[in-house]
Design a protein around this ligand. Structure first.
Ligand SMILES: Cc1cc2nc3c(=O)[nH]c(=O)nc-3n(C[C@H](O)[C@H](O)[C@H](O)COP(=O)(O)OP(=O)(O)OC[C@H]3O[C@@H](n4cnc5c(N)ncnc54)[C@H](O)[C@@H]3O)c2cc1C
Length: 465
């Protein structure tokens, strides 16, 4: 059996920094990765990162501090996370940014920004990764090359799936893994699980919630960490937390980032359309600016689904709803994609959408009546035009998931815990493997990648210390 000081399971957002930091201390590290390449969910991720009190903010005269970041966590997510871990993250996040800068990562623009896709922090505190997640991966690859040149002992084992843990007297002493169809065992004094969440697993979604929404995730990120930890008595937390991101189109055959084709955030474009659920009913004011309220509204709808409905007048008078070029929009409505429908009457539109005709007709009629007198039944204020001129259009939208709230339960030092609260010695976890529930029910801009990197690095610095 091969032996290492530290085994890191999952060479993604959190795992690579963990391996780098551990190797910097002279430890022998096995970086075990199920996929054929490193990088994990960063291959898909926008990788917006938040941190308060950074050199980038200082250069741009933005006064900020971890205290302000923590206060925003409490205001936006109402204390629904695990405060000690959030506090640790916000305190260490500025250093994460300085480290990223030191390995070649860049923020584009070169300043902190507000992120309108989530409820806003009090000050600009989000950094847009240049090159999105791929920009972070490029910086990671350089850092791994540099570390190897400096004699770091990191054995990167791609194509190797951890299937369970070796234990002795209740302590984790290594892992079992599948590599090229063969079962292998690796010994290690400490194991760090950074195997991500379960966005890639239909079965896990059904296990936790009884249904599986539109999700963006890698096929190798299926919640293996959760299974392996449970098998030795570990437990999960925030099992009942779940929240969709608001409103993606599903671009069949398109890239995973397909949701960006639709502009339905009021901070970016005020709505000219109405939203109806799969029963044909309006369910919210479309110009709601509170993002959590938007997400909760769509969460209450069947399959987190809804349609964005408009007419020929709105199509030409409004700023574009869809970011495709006009000829692509036309192709979508003329082609076989059933998520884009057009019809000459409301009844035909309803049939094409697969929703009952009467509620749809009533939703449009009530909206038009309110629009005429400037008083909407959902208290919507942006009422630019009625929906009355054929042809009528509907674009299917989806509440969607990019991450998982439940994960391996850990303590403040990121040690994995049993159901009775005792530590599983030798076993630690970071990144989405611990779930994003500890950050609270809601989405704090740039918090997932930032905390994954921060805690990955922390474990690399602290295990076996
Ligand atoms: C489309 C999209 C956009 C996003 N945008 C943002 C954003 O802007 N800001 C933000 O903060 N968050 C964002 N997120 C979420 C964030 O990117 C992820 O939560 C984060 O990257 C996860 O990091 P991780 O290290 O926990 O896991 P990953 O980066 O997913 O790494 C886990 C790795 O473990 C490997 N693995 C899994 N099981 C095993 C096993 N049994 N054995 C060995 N290896 C295994 C996987 O192959 C993978 O490489 C986004 C996510 C998506 C999908």
């Amino acid at each position: 059996m091969q032996n290492h000081d530290v085994i890191v399971v999952g060479a993604g957002t959190a795992g690579i920094p963990a391996a780098l930091e551990a190797a910097k201390r002279g430890l022998r590290v096995a970086l075990v990765e199920a996929a054929d390449d490193i990088g994990g969910t960063l291959h898909l991720s926008t990788a917006s990162i938040s941190a308060a009190g950074t050199s980038i903010q200082q250069r741009n005269a933005i006064a900020d501090s971890p205290d302000g970041h923590f206060a925003d966590y409490q205001r936006i997510n109402h204390g629904t996370g695990f405060a000690p871990l959030v506090r640790r993250w916000v305190d260490e996040a500025p250093e994460t940014i300085e480290w990223l800068l030191s390995i070649g990562w860049r923020s584009d623009p070169d300043t902190a920004v507000f992120a309108p896709e989530h409820d806003l922090y009090a000050v600009p505190r989000t950094y847009r990764s240049s090159g999105l997640g791929l920009g972070v991966i490029a910086a990671y690859r350089d850092a791994l090359d540099q570390a190897a040149a400096n004699g770091a002992r990191i054995e990167i084992m791609t194509g190797t799936r951890c299937t369970g843990f070796l234990t002795h007297d209740g302590r984790v002493t290594g892992i079992r893994a599948q590599r090229a169809g063969t079962e292998i065992e690796l010994g290690g004094d400490a194991v760090i699980v950074t195997a991500g969440g379960f966005s890639g697993s239909d079965a896990k979604w059904r296990d936790f919630y009884g249904f599986s929404p539109l999700r963006y995730g890698l096929p190798t990120v299926v919640g293996d960490g959760i299974d392996a930890v449970r098998a030795i008595g570990g437990t999960t937390w925030f099992d009942d937390y779940v929240l969709p991101n608001f409103g993606a189109v599903r671009d069949i055959g398109g890239p995973p980032s397909a949701w960006i084709h639709s502009t339905i955030l009021p901070a970016i474009r005020q709505p000219w359309e109405i939203y109806v659920n799969l029963e044909g009913e309006r369910f919210m004011r479309e110009d709601e600016t509170h993002i959590f309220a938007r997400e909760r509204a769509v969460q209450r709808q069947t399959d987190w689904g809804f349609w964005v409905v408009y007419d020929e007048g709105v199509r030409w008078a409004s700023p574009p709803l869809l970011k495709f070029p006009p000829e692509t929009v036309e192709e979508k409505f003329s082609g076989p994609d059933s998520d884009y429908v057009r019809a000459d009457s409301i009844a035909e539109l309803a049939a094409a959408m697969g929703v009952p005709a009467d509620p749809l007709a009533r939703s449009i009629r009530f909206y038009n009546q309110g629009q005429a007198v400037g008083s909407d039944m959902f208290e919507r204020e942006h009422l630019p035009a009625p929906i009355e001129k054929p042809p009528f259009y509907a674009v299917r939208h989806y509440g969607y998931a990019i991450s998982s709230y439940p994960g391996i339960r850990v303590d403040e030092s990121l040690a994995a815990l049993r159901a009775d609260g005792s530590r599983i010695e030798g076993l630690h976890a970071a990144g989405e493997a611990i779930g994003i529930g500890f950050l609270g029910l809601g989405f704090l801009s740039g918090s997932i990648v930032s905390s994954a990197i921060t805690f990955g690095r922390r474990l690399g610095r602290t295990v076996l210390a």
